[in-house]
Design a protein. Sequence first.
Length: 286
Amino acid sequence: MTEPTPTAPAAPTEAGDIMSWDDLFGRTQPQTDIRIAYGEGDLQFSELWLPEGDGPHPVVLMIHGGCWQTDIAERDIMNWIAEDLRVRGIAVWNIEYRGVDREGGGYPGTYEDVLAAGDSLMQNWDRYNLDVEPIVAIGHSAGGHLALWLAARQSAFTGQPLTGDVRLPISTVISQGGLPDLEAGILREGHPCGVEAPRLMMGNQPELTSPQRMPAAMARQILVNSDRDRIAPPEYAEAYRNANLARDATNIELVVIPDEGHVELVSPGTDSWNRQVELIEEALDR
């Protein structure tokens, strides 16, 4: 099944089963009241989860998934883990963007949104007393592709095409059950995300859109996957890692969590999320 929108009703799973989206959405959803626009469109904004205290606050840049489609998921699918990081003293810059099912989405619009959201973070860090040296970027599912792409984009910062104003100081990128290989995605008949969404995201430009076809990211890449994930099984991450190792990109590792699925990756209290918290805090030297 594809990822439902965050308004789905709760329905508990049986003991020993993996989580469903209903299990997560049945929890009270945290909210933040800080929204920063980076464009004029309804989906061109980020939400800041700001810890208590004066700071400076370390930062995680967060990118939601949903098969690159706004109708499937928006940024609030990440609210639970954003709040979990906030109460740990870590600020979260949770970005929204146009999916392929919205005007201007796909290539190049979705990428331009991600770049503009990153620029907006660097333009506002002083206002909110954020510590952006370094930044950890994380993304779930399709957002994992975008997070890995953003890290690779910093290594290929040429100014053209897909111009962003600043180079983000991303030291570590975490792909949470990501779908990084768009070319492989186009060939996955029967996959819940379908083949049209990755095709629209690639736009016949794999060297600009698929991270393994771009210059290798300088950031440390951590692929966190759950072994019962039916959307992004560990084999996808292993293939991506092997493609990078074949071109001597050694700063990439695969972490597989047993007995959990796709939803656990963005659900506080799970083994998958607890391991990611450890990795984030390590990357931020906390």
